[in-house]
Design a protein around this ligand. Structure first.
Ligand SMILES: Nc1ncnc2c1ncn2[C@@H]1O[C@H](COP(=O)(O)OP(=O)(O)O)[C@@H](O)[C@H]1O
Ligand SMILES: [Mg+2]
Length: 321
């Protein structure tokens, strides 16, 4: 028993690392990018690259796969994360130290991957730009960022830009199914749907939600996903609203407390969740418009600093006619 627990702790690893693709061919949904990158590989050299796109769309994985395919190893490669190593000194010291020494072995250049490059201060970006110029013979940069516009123009113009798209549902589904197989899980169709809705094309978030669910139960249902992400079910939200509209205020209030206590949903979150689901609910269209207008008022009051619970209750009260 104890041994098993120990094994669990030692064996613990993040699925985002365990299932990270090793080759460019395993990167999904970014075909234009991988095709263009392969053309560079076949020439044996790359320019400076800028990977722009949302979190969890495969930027870091693509950079790692690219390095592996060019060098076959990672001797001439370092990865830095600009948001942990913020500031001008890191760029000056770490990057420069790595860039100024000659490549090891056969390689004719080195590669520096700078994750979350937009976290660098403007001064650090200026220093980076000078380093890019000074060591252009022996060193290539891959900059990874959410928005390329957050980088100073001279850096942008020194890089070939690749845009990473949020991943479509099919890719997310296939990827989750691969993990399902690898980890011997059982994921219900509804659960995949719920994960997709929550992650918005971010495969890292999708994987993390799945791992959190699986840590509780290997059979994963829509409910376990909603619990992990702290969301109410559409059905519960619908019931809450219908009770209020029907003038059954006390019952709707009870439902509200139930959602808060049993499902851990905060009242201000609930307002947002009602908003995001309202057009999926089976409620009369005119009623939906009325709800949206009321929501806007109450949400505003919460943002202005009013007590969220009192505001949600008042919202429910004002729904009844
Ligand atoms: N396009 C993709 N193809 C395959 N796996 C992906 C893709 N995008 C994200 N992933 C998976 O999601 C996780 C995060 O990917 P990562 O490359 O670090 O994203 P980013 O750098 O864009 O934030 C990894 O586990 C990776 O396996
Ligand atoms: Mg990244």
């Amino acid at each position: 028993m104890k041994l098993n627990l120990l094994k669990d702790i030692i064996m613990f690893e993040l699925w985002t690392e365990k299932y990270r693709p090793k080759k460019l061919d395993d990167i999904v949904g970014q075909e234009d990018t991988t095709k263009r990158l392969k053309a560079f590989i076949s020439k044996g050299s790359i320019p400076n690259l800028l990977f722009a796109g949302i979190q969890g769309s495969g930027k870091t994985s693509t950079a790692l796969a690219l390095v592996n395919e060019i060098f076959g190893n990672t001797e001439n490669f370092i990865e830095l994360n600009a948001s942990d190593e913020r500031g001008i000194d890191t760029v000056r010291i770490k990057i420069k130290d790595f860039a100024r020494t000659r490549p090891i072995g056969e390689g004719s250049f080195k590669i520096i991957l700078l994750d979350e490059a937009e976290a660098l201060t403007k001064d650090a970006q200026q220093a980076l730009r000078r380093t890019m110029e000074n060591y252009s013979e022996t060193c290539r940069f891959i900059l990874d960022c959410n928005y390329s516009s957050k980088l100073i123009e001279p850096i942008q113009s020194r890089c070939v830009v690749f845009r990473f798209k949020p991943l479509k549902k099919d890719y997310i589904k296939k990827y989750l199914e691969k993990i399902e197989k690898g980890e011997e899980l059982k994921i219900e169709e509804d659960a995949i749907e719920a994960i997709f809705k929550e992650c918005g094309g971010d495969l890292r978030r999708a994987t993390n939600i799945l791992q959190a669910c699986a840590s509780m139960n290997k059979e994963i249902s829509e409910n376990s996903v909603l619990e992990v992400v702290g969301k109410a079910k559409g059905r519960d939200i619908e019931e809450l609203l219908k009770l209020a509209i029907a003038g059954k205020f006390l019952e709707s209030r009870k439902k509200l407390y139930n959602l808060m206590i049993e499902q851990g949903i905060s009242p201000d979150d609930l307002l947002k969740q009602i908003h995001s689901r309202i057009f999926e609910l089976e409620i009369d269209d005119n009623e939906k418009l009325r709800i949206i207008k009321l929501l806007a008022d109450y949400e505003f009051r919460v943002v202005e600093g009013s007590n969220p619970l009192i505001q949600v209750e008042a919202f429910l009260a004002s729904l009844s006619k």
